[in-house]
Design a protein. Sequence first.
Length: 233
Amino acid sequence: MIPAIHIDGLKKSYGEVRALKGVSLDIDEGELFGIIGPDGAGKTTLFRLLTTLILPDEGSATVDGLDIIRNYKEIRCRVGYMPGRFSLYPDLSVKENMNFFANIFGTSIEENYDLVAPIYRQIEKFGDRRAGNLSGGMKQKLALCCAMIHRPSVLFLDEPTTGVDVVSRAEFWDMLSDLKKAGITIMVSTPYMDEAARCDRIAFMNEGDILEICPPHDDLENYFIGLIQKSDG
């Protein structure tokens, strides 16, 4: 069975900074896979490579069976990407943002409403409100809807709940669980150990390397700290 995401020795440097030092991993179809790591670990670089926004220096990767270099156009049609910073148009309304992203992919809100409905219903009553005037939790829900409106097979979420209140974070992860049940492969980075515990597997990253991949277990925070100390020693 071909993995939904296959990564083999990806390397990326920015000048003398080695953001990725040779990352390799496989993520199964329909898996909710978490990435944990401190700032500067290489998480965002990895996401940007897999969503074809930047090119690797070395190594290779496939997403949904497609090569990130040769098949970048096809990949962009099949994946949803939610970067860490709010990236929608703050001067457009909720509905205008949704329509804009749907039109980019040649679809409509109505065509894929069944997929985003559990999320979109929570913000639909604010349809005429500018996105920039939404609360943090509502912004993230809108961003997730926009990333899903074309029904992607793989979803990339780079620290999607950073700065969001605890209740909204829990609601957001409930939504991810529902999307996983729909068969969507999800790769998500998070700084929160309670969120990582809801993943099927977790990769611990530090300074451009994956230290370990394992299922969630008790006391993840101290376990991760121990891995970093061991790698530094």
